[in-house]
Design a protein around this ligand. Structure first.
Ligand SMILES: Nc1ncnc2c1ncn2[C@@H]1O[C@H](COP(=O)(O)OP(=O)(O)OP(=O)(O)O)[C@@H](O)[C@H]1O
Ligand SMILES: [Mg+2]
Length: 354
């Protein structure tokens, strides 16, 4: 048997890499001992690009990002292997205080629910100024000046006045902008957005995505955009990492992924993408505007701690053969910058949406 051509997906020139994750493995303490929920995930995010991580609920998207932010629960989790390098420093092995210094400064995060990062008891100006003061050693006045500046940057009208408002005085979409303003106040190298637009209606979602895009371009940030919504991926991402059951199963430039998926799981996700969640006209084009039957992927993902021995997707895969059940698939290179963890990736022709 010939050895498959296996090349790690982190092939980009190092000077452009903002965040480089290699072989990240995360385990949680459970009744049955340490249970692995993220298993050897590798990716890089380049300056000025958006990498989307997509996958069903429970696939390990948030845990991957929390590991990079040093926000996993300290007692009940561990990372037995892997590195996450930012500015030449491995975030996974940083002492708590050093990670606190980086968080909000070189790497920042915005969530689905703004009130997890905004304190209802303080004005948004106070909160943004505090972040700036902490990381930039700036005086209070300088912090306020920066707060007005970033609120204006993310499109809050009358920023000089609104800086004195409390979080509850903003609408949902505007609060999301405030949270982004706080995250980018120190111009981080990496912005992680976890389901940032999931709770928003389609119009506001498109506006918030625009803000993320503009900030990425103006500040040259690397954006790690986590979502379960492929329509959002089509709208915002340059490259995509598809996760399934704690592993990366496919990675590619966004256009190639939608046009020619190489993993049956990705094909399944594309086929189950509701047309109603299309965010913008650009997205509608990306996902195809013709009427298509929606096929959700039959079955459920495996539960951490009881993964199938061979390919983790095999029990749900319409293309599975005996070899898939027996052998553990490696990431195969299917095209120059396109990899899939499927033994049959090179022989299958799967259906995309473009
Ligand atoms: N603190 C924790 N303790 C134990 N298990 C956890 C903990 N946090 C997450 N998990 C488990 O890790 C796995 C991955 O969870 P994660 O939150 O990363 O999924 P996700 O891909 O972000 O899903 P969603 O789309 O629902 O946000 C799940 O099985 C989850 O139950
Ligand atoms: Mg999540």
């Amino acid at each position: 048997m010939t050895t498959p051509d296996v090349t790690p997906p982190s092939f980009a020139p190092s000077r452009d890499v903002a965040l480089q994750v290699d072989g990240l493995t995360v385990e949680f303490a459970t009744d049955r001992g340490w249970t692995r929920v993220v298993d050897g995930v590798s990716f890089s995010v380049l300056r000025g690009e958006t990498l989307a991580i997509v996958g069903e609920s429970g696939s390990g998207k948030s845990v991957t990002s929390l590991a990079c932010m040093g926000l996993l629960p300290r007692r009940s989790s561990r990372t037995p292997s892997g590195t996450a390098e930012l500015d030449g420093v491995d975030l996974l092995s940083l002492p708590v205080r050093a990670m606190e210094d980086l968080r909000g400064d070189r790497i920042a995060m915005a969530f689905q629910e703004p009130m997890t990062s905004l304190n209802p008891a303080y004005t948004v100006g106070d909160q943004i100024a505090e972040v700036v003061r902490r990381h930039r050693d700036a005086a209070r006045k300088e912090g306020w000046r920066r707060a007005v500046e970033v609120l204006d940057l993310v499109g809050i009208p009358r920023a000089a006045e609104r800086v004195k408002s409390y979080p509850h005085e903003f609408s949902g979409g505007m609060r999301q902008r405030v949270m982004i303003a706080m995250a980018i106040a120190c111009e981080p190298a990496v912005l992680i957005a976890d389901e940032l637009t999931t709770a928003l209606d389609v119009t506001i979602q498109a506006q918030v995505l625009d803000v993320v895009r503009q900030m990425r371009d103006q500040l040259g940030m690397a954006v790690l955009f986590i979502t379960h919504d492929l329509a959002v991926v089509a709208d915002i991402a340059d490259r995509v990492l598809v996760m399934y059951a704690g592993q990366e199963v496919e990675t590619s430039a966004v256009d190639d992924l939608f046009a020619r998926p190489a993993h049956p799981y990705t094909e399944g996700l594309l086929r189950s993408m509701p047309q109603s969640s299309t965010a913008t006209a650009a997205t509608a084009t990306a996902v195809g505007t013709g009427r298509r039957r929606l096929d959700s992927i039959p079955g459920q993902p495996p539960v951490p701690g009881s993964m199938p021995a061979g390919c983790r997707f095999a029990p749900r895969c319409p293309y599975a053969v005996e070899a898939c059940v027996d052998g553990v698939p490696e990431l195969l290179q299917v095209r120059p910058e396109h990899f899939a963890r499927c033994t049959r990736a090179l022989e299958l022709t799967l259906r995309g949406t473009r």
